[in-house]
Design a protein. Structure first.
Length: 270
């Protein structure tokens, strides 16, 4: 379909994958709505785009469900339609289950799952009225598997797959497409911003993340998957093999992952 002149709303656009999706789409001539909680960083991202005249900054906390409808009204008022929503906002975790407060589990579910659902529900009536739309959801390899120190994060991403697989089966007659994007390790601040068991910020970049995929390359791969209307796609390196090991030899996956627990002291420092 291409992205030129398409109206595309990106959540979590102030950094990481969302930032690089913005640059790639701006280069392709899309009209963009950028949301996150950090208005200053959104402005920085906009200023970095050569073609910034078709970019609307719309600060939004996706856990503020009451703010969704007013935000949608502003977006439609500015551009008249919404062709594509990229649900990218999210929050990661670095803690063992036994050390994680319930408030942290709740916070991660509210951001990653309920926030994404609320955002989608707010935009959906616009897409139904205009007769078309595309919902893209940034999940993770953790949406397919689960490993130590990622329990709440993996749960929230698994939930996205259940919800949006159901949505795809319900909405295809209404010409609403759904694409689930599952990146592996991408070189962003996701592990720095991750929550520890007590709710504090991790403030450290994981070694595997520092060696991960360039976010510009990841963004391009994601956009090609969306353009081709893929239902689900995996983007990454060697870590993607875990998906197939779990699928075809689950006993082997379980054996390996259980032993990751014994090297968790090293993971704590990450």
């Amino acid at each position: 379909m291409g992205f030129k002149d398409k109206v595309i709303w990106i959540t979590g656009a102030s950094s990481g994958i969302g930032e690089h999706l913005t640059y790639a789409l701006a280069d392709e001539g899309a009209r963009l709505i950028l949301s996150s909680r950090n208005e200053k960083e959104l402005q920085r991202v906009k200023d970095n785009c050569q073609n910034d005249c078709n970019i609307l900054i719309l600060p939004l906390d996706i856990t503020d469900f009451e703010a969704m409808q007013p935000a949608v009204h502003k977006a439609v008022e500015a551009f008249g339609k919404i062709d594509l929503l990229i649900n990218n906002a999210g929050l990661s975790q670095r803690s063992l289950i036994k050390e994680t407060m319930l408030a942290v589990d709740r916070r991660i579910m509210e951001v990653n799952y309920l926030g994404t659902v609320a955002m989608t529900k707010a935009v959906l009536p616009v897409m139904l009225a205009q007769g078309h739309g595309h919902i893209a959801v940034v999940s993770s390899v953790m949406g397919i598997i689960g490993v130590p120190w990622r329990s709440a994060y993996a749960a929230s991403k698994h939930a996205l797959h259940g919800y949006f697989d159901s949505m795809r089966s319900e909405m295809f007659r209404d010409n609403i497409k759904v694409t689930i994007l599952c990146p592996g390790y991408v070189r962003t601040n996701v592990t720095i911003n991750a929550l520890r068991g007590d709710g504090s910020r991790n403030n450290q970049m994981a070694e595997e993340t520092s060696k991960g995929m360039d976010p510009t390359f990841c963004a391009r791969k994601m956009l090609r998957a969306i353009e081709r209307e893929r239902e689900e796609t995996y983007i990454g390196g060697w870590e993607l093999s875990a998906i197939y090991v779990k699928r075809f030899t689950p006993w082997l996956f379980s054996y390996v992952v259980k032993r990751l627990r014994f090297s968790a002291q090293g993971m704590r420092r990450r």
